[in-house]
Design a binder for this molecule. Structure first.
Ligand code: 4NP
Length: 163
């Protein structure tokens, strides 16, 4: 935590064009809708890989956010080990992301590194946000529903806010 109980959250996937930009946009939207911008003060997203640095999100991520009234504006960036000190939470989508992040996590890191899906309390959702890149639009809709649910549970459990 930074001063006065403020927290910074980074979302990480592989390419930073499908899942984590959606997680960032959805989480920011839920934070704003609940007037929690003074509690969660920095929200960003990254990829473990650098293939898509500088690109806007996948059109299916943009479409899914827009259909649901969630603003999205992002350019892909890569997560590097020095970023661990900038965030209180580094939240990733699947076990491959987690493995890649553990490999570059500094031994003295204080950030909480976890799957975003650890903040789930409904059996109907998977803890893993599957990579939707090579699939159809349904993968993006499932990702969206997971992001909404995990965001609500995170804000309840980590920020004591009933959303
Ligand atoms: P993301 O999806 O990790 O959710 O952004 C992917 C995007 C691109 C690639 C893989 C996954 N790719 O191989 O280029």
């Amino acid at each position: 935590m930074t001063k006065d109980g403020e927290i910074n959250v980074a979302f990480v996937c592989l390419g930073n064009i499908c899942r984590s930009p959606m997680a960032e946009a959805v989480f920011q939207h839920v934070v704003n809708s609940n007037n929690l911008g003074n509690v969660v003060t920095r929200i960003e997203s990254f990829g473990t890989a650098g293939y898509h640095i500088g690109e806007i999100p996948d059109s299916r991520t943009i479409e899914t956010c827009q259909v649901n009234g969630v603003p999205i504006d992002h350019r892909a960036q890569q997560f590097t080990s020095d970023k661990f000190k900038e965030f209180d939470y580094v939240l990733c989508m699947d076990h491959a992301n987690l493995k890649n992040l553990k490999r570059i996590e500094p031994s003295d890191s204080k950030a909480k590194l976890a799957l975003f899906g650890e903040w789930k309390d409904d059996k109907k959702f998977s803890r893993i946000i599957d990579d939707p890149y090579y699939g159809g639009t349904d993968g993006f809709e499932i990702c969206y529903d997971q992001c909404i649910h995990f965001s609500n549970v995170f804000l309840r459990d980590e920020c004591g806010h009933q959303v």
